[in-house]
Design a protein around this ligand. Structure first.
Ligand code: GDP
Length: 470
């Protein structure tokens, strides 16, 4: 925690900020991760654990709960009226109905505010019994939106080139066939045809959706997949064009014909950057001070080498948002203030407990190169594994005189299963491995009655004080 490591605070600005936060006792916690990484499940479970917090709460990283200092938690009126309300009640209804179902996944930005009343710890207060209130704002937003940050440093021509690189992957190229067919006949010098651009952009979006179903995660522009309130808006009606097309039609993207299709594409790309990407960072991201990034390593392993590699690439892009070096575009533009960043491998209830250390190592191997940079920039980071909603129980099974660890749960169809889901590798195996073997961590139905939050395995057995310093 920051109190334990005051040397982490390198700049005066950060010191001031922390002082203000200590006085206000207000934490802006953001939760993100790519689609399906478990954000909804995590926040639902976290809120539930806090609201119902009692001796049995599984929040080992929250010192107030761990040390039995929690007095009570209630949901409060949400501060930002332009955000959706995080659908906690709906999610709980799904999880607690007679045949429980997983709640609907994150589609845009939403928020929940909690007021947490607790007894101060000895360290911070002269009076052990003194009460304090912490306001905790939890914001949920798609990790895909962070994949757009690098766009801010690109113009339309550079972005198109980047996309060409992506599209040269044979599987992606195949999936893009309908899109390629639609743009092949588009006259880029002709007068801007909004309908034609809309149709082609819809096919480009469909291509991204198909990539997602095929296990790809570096899907960008982020709003094409998860448009939030922008669904159907012309600002999303653009797409990349190839060098070949530019050459064949004699187009210089620095000087496109006025009001031509090419110029319209350039304009829309620019508009997307200034009116969609920048405001997200300026109006929302800038306000977060704690960030959880959920990463679903297990599903990527299930889907194969290409999916794992793509997740790695997507994480590299995503983490650009947490590198605050002076040359970073984010720092130049918005001066964000996140000072604590937790990466969590989600859905750890899909594996037996003794594999959780490997899961954390696997996650760390993905984060390795970028993480060093983040630490250097003064953001404290940590990796862990969490199961937000425990859909399995672990135990031992005797086989041929040997005890093997197993999980019990229900598969997607609801049938009871007992299995050893397999070992988690400490780092991603090379392509050869995947030709002979695959991973099959099971999908589980939500549990019928109990569910527990964040029963995490912590790296080095340490636990963080994530929400408070008290
Ligand atoms: P989001 O897109 O990040 O909001 O992801 P969700 O929270 O909707 O999770 C996507 C799916 O992953 C869920 O429908 C569940 O099937 C699964 N899932 C998420 N969290 C957990 C968890 O803690 N345990 C288990 N067993 N499954 C989970």
């Amino acid at each position: 925690s920051l109190l334990q490591h005051p040397n982490i605070l390198q700049t005066k600005q950060k010191l001031k900020l922390t002082a203000a936060r200590l006085v206000n006792n207000h934490v802006n916690l953001a939760v993100t991760g790519l689609s399906g990484s478990g954000k909804t499940a995590f926040i639902t479970s976290l809120v539930n654990q806090l609201i119902e917090a009692n001796e049995a709460a599984h929040l080992p990283f929250f010192s107030v709960v761990r040390e039995s200092r929690l007095i009570g938690v209630k949901r409060d009126i949400q501060p930002n009226l332009s955000f959706s309300r995080f659908a906690y009640e709906e999610a709980m209804a799904k999880l607690t109905q007679t045949s429980p179902e997983w709640p609907a996944s994150t589609k845009g930005i939403s928020q929940v505010r909690l007021k947490i009343k607790y007894k101060k710890s000895k360290g911070l207060s002269k009076y052990l019994t003194e009460d304090a209130t912490l306001t905790l704002d939890i914001t949920d937003y798609p990790g895909e939106w962070l994949l757009d940050l690098p766009l801010l440093d690109m113009d339309y021509a550079q972005w198109s080139k980047h996309c060409q690189g992506e599209l040269s992957d044979p599987i992606r190229h195949d999936l893009a066939t309908p899109f390629f067919n639609a743009v092949a006949n588009l006259d880029l010098n002709a007068r801007g045809d909004e309908l034609a651009l809309q149709k082609a952009s819809e096919l480009y979006t469909q291509y991204l959706i198909d990539c997602q179903s095929n296990g790809y995660q570096l899907l960008q522009p982020g709003r094409f997949i998860l448009p939030g309130e922008l669904s159907g808006a012309p600002v999303l009606h653009f797409f990349p064009i190839t060098d070949l097309q530019l050459e064949q039609q004699g187009i210089d993207l620095n000087k496109p014909l006025k009001d031509s299709n090419a110029e319209l594409l350039c304009r829309r790309f620019k508009h997307y950057k200034t009116e969609v990407v920048q405001p997200f960072y300026k109006d929302h991201f800038k306000g977060f001070d704690r960030q959880v990034v959920l990463v679903d390593c297990l599903s990527a392993l299930n889907r194969g080498f290409h999916s794992y590699q793509d997740l790695q690439k997507a994480l590299d892009w995503l983490m650009g948002s947490f590198q605050y070096g002076s040359s970073n575009i984010l720092n130049r533009l918005f001066q964000p203030k996140i000072d604590k960043l937790v990466f969590a491998a989600s859905k750890a209830d899909h594996i037996t407990p003794e594999q959780q250390t490997n899961l954390v190592k696997l996650l760390e191997s993905m984060l390795h190169s970028v993480r060093k940079q983040i630490q250097f920039d003064g953001v404290s980071t940590e990796s862990t594994a969490v199961s937000a909603i425990r859909a399995s129980k672990s135990g031992l099974c005797q086989q041929n005189g040997e005890s093997i660890p197993v999980l019990q749960g229900r598969n997607e169809q609801g049938a009871a299963i007992t299995l050893f889901p397999g070992e988690v590798p400490q780092s991603c195996p090379g392509p050869e491995f995947w030709k002979q073997q695959k991973f099959e961590f099971p999908k589980l139905s939500p549990p019928p009655d109990e569910y527990t939050t964040c029963s995490a395995s912590y790296q080095n057995g340490s636990s963080t004080r994530f929400f408070t310093r008290g």
